[in-house]
Design a protein around this ligand. Structure first.
Ligand code: IMP
Ligand code: MG
Length: 181
């Protein structure tokens, strides 16, 4: 599997520390409140599990799945819900959990969309952030790590549906660019 990745960017041990820090911060900020963590599928599934286990406050979890309208690989920022929440978030404190914020278009739309359901509050927690790629100014309350403008895989993040299971975060190797299996 190693030949499909160029180099390890963030090791599992660093990710553990990152999740602990975010968990402590959120637990302290929401000390007297109940939250619903909303994981954005599929990328957030690994991070969501780690983050949730680092919270010391009561929380519920839910998932949403969205796909972006647009031509080819370009994100238009208009998202279509392909799997909606199971829960009613009206009057609840919600935290949207993302794997990575890139252009910010998807998240921006998701924030607006969930906002129409009148939750008591909305925050976003992302594992990784590529600030250099941002096209729209979207609020992200909790950021695990900022990373350079590289395409990363592992820890839930995929290339063509693969490598989500890698425990570390790695930079995608050049072998993949032509669609290597
Ligand atoms: P955007 O912020 O609307 O551009 O889209 C963010 C989404 O693009 C993320 O939730 C990921 O699914 C995907 N994405 C962005 N950058 C990467 C990356 O480096 N590796 C894997 N997926 C990525
Ligand atoms: Mg995603």
């Amino acid at each position: 599997m190693a030949k499909y990745v160029k180099e390890v960017l963030i090791r599992r041990e660093e990710i553990d520390l990152m999740c602990k820090r975010l968990g402590d911060q959120i637990s302290s900020d929401y000390a007297d409140r109940e939250v619903i963590l909303i994981g954005v599928l599929k990328g957030a599934y690994v991070f969501m599990a780690d983050l949730a286990r680092n919270l010391t406050i009561p929380c519920r979890i839910d998932f949403i799945s969205v796909s972006s309208y647009g031509s080819g690989t370009r994100s238009s920022g208009i998202v279509r819900i392909t799997k909606d929440l199971d829960s009613d978030i009206t009057g609840k404190h919600i935290i949207i959990v993302e794997d990575i914020v890139d252009s910010g278009l998807t998240l921006n739309h998701l924030r607006q969309l969930l906002g129409t359901r009148k939750p008591a509050s909305i925050a976003v927690c992302t594992a990784f952030d590529k600030p250099d790629r941002r096209k729209v100014n979207v609020k992200v309350e909790y950021v695990g790590m900022q990373i350079p403008d590289e395409f990363i895989v592992g820890y839930g993040l995929d290339f063509d549906g693969k490598y989500r299971n890698l425990p570390d975060v790695s930079i995608l190797g050049d072998d993949n660019q032509g669609g290597a299996k």
